[in-house]
Design a protein around this ligand. Structure first.
Ligand code: C5P
Length: 229
C-alpha cells in the first residue's frame, strides 16, 4: 500500500468502546476543520443489514456479499443506507453485540479498510476505531490511544442508553463491555492495539474540553512544522 502518495493529513484515535472516541474525534475534526470518520459505524451498518436480512452471521461469504451490495453514506454524523437514515438503529444493543462477526471477518475488513483509506484521499481526516493507527493509517501524522476506566466507560454507555429509553442494567453493560474488550484485544485479525508510536490519553475524570486541549497541544506544533499553518 502506498499511503504516503495519496494520503492527506490524518489523526487516528483508537481505543476501547466507550472511551469517548466518537465525541472527541468529531469535535477535534471540527476544531481542525477536517473531516471525521467513525469506522465502528461501518462495521455496525454491515451488521444491521445482515441482522435485518436474517443472514447467517457466521458465514463469512454472506457478510462479504452484503458489504459489497450496500453503499452506505456518512453525512454529518448520520449514516444512510439508500435513503434510509439508520444512525439510531446501528447503535442498538443487538447490533453492538453482533458486530463482532463483521469485525472478525477478513473479507469485510478488507473492504472497510478500503473505504476508510478512500476517505483520506481528498480530505484531511480525524478517524476513530480500533486499528486506525496500526493497520489503516500507519503513516498518520498523530496517533492517539484513548482510554478510560472500565467503570466510567460503562457508566457513560448506561446513561446514553437510559436516555434513549432502553431498559438495561449497569452491571449488564459492564459485563458486556468487558467481553467486547476481550474480543477486540484477542481477535485474530486487526486486534485492538495501540500503535508503537501512539500517545496514550486517559479520559477518566476529564472533560471533553480537557481531552481536546491535550490533543491539540500535540497536533498544533506538528502542523506548524509541516505546513507552517
Ligand atoms: O466503536 P464501535 O463500538 O462503534 O465499534 C463497533 C464494532 O466494530 C466493535 O465490535 C468493534 O470491535 C468493531 N470495530 C473494529 N474496527 C474498527 C472499528 C470498530 O473492529 N476500526
Amino acid at each position: 500500500m502506498d499511503t504516503a502518495m495519496t494520503q492527506r493529513k490524518v489523526v487516528t484515535i483508537d481505543g476501547p468502546a466507550g472511551a469517548g472516541k466518537s465525541t472527541v474525534a468529531r469535535q477535534l475534526a471540527h476544531r481542525l476543520g477536517w473531516s471525521f470518520l467513525d469506522t465502528g459505524a461501518m462495521y455496525r451498518v454491515v451488521t444491521l443489514v445482515a441482522l435485518e436480512a436474517e443472514a447467517d452471521l457466521e458465514n463469512d461469504h454472506v457478510l462479504v456479499e452484503i458489504t459489497d451490495t450496500i453503499q452506505p453514506r456518512f453525512v454529518d454524523g448520520h449514516v444512510f443506507v439508500g435513503d434510509r437514515d439508520v444512525s439510531a438503529e446501528i447503535r442498538e444493543p443487538r447490533v453492538t453485540r453482533a458486530a463482532r462477526y463483521a469485525a472478525g471477518n477478513p473479507g469485510v475488513r478488507e473492504r472497510l479498510v478500503h473505504w476508510q483509506r478512500a476517505a483520506a484521499e481528498f480530505h484531511d481526516l480525524v478517524t476513530e476505531g480500533r486499528d486506525q493507527g496500526t493497520i489503516v493509517f500507519p503513516d498518520a501524522l498523530v496517533k492517539f490511544f484513548l482510554e478510560a476506566s472500565d467503570e466510567e466507560r460503562a457508566m457513560r454507555r448506561f446513561r446514553e442508553l437510559i436516555a434513549k429509553g432502553h431498559d438495561i442494567e449497569y452491571e449488564e453493560i459492564l459485563a458486556d463491555q468487558r467481553r467486547r474488550d476481550q474480543e477486540d484485544r484477542t481477535r485474530a485479525i486487526a486486534p485492538m492495539l495501540p500503535a508503537e508510536d501512539a500517545r496514550f490519553i486517559d479520559s477518566t475524570g476529564k472533560s471533553l474540553e480537557e481531552v481536546l486541549d491535550e490533543m491539540t497541544r500535540v497536533i498544533h506544533p506538528l502542523l506548524t512544522s509541516i505546513t507552517g499553518e
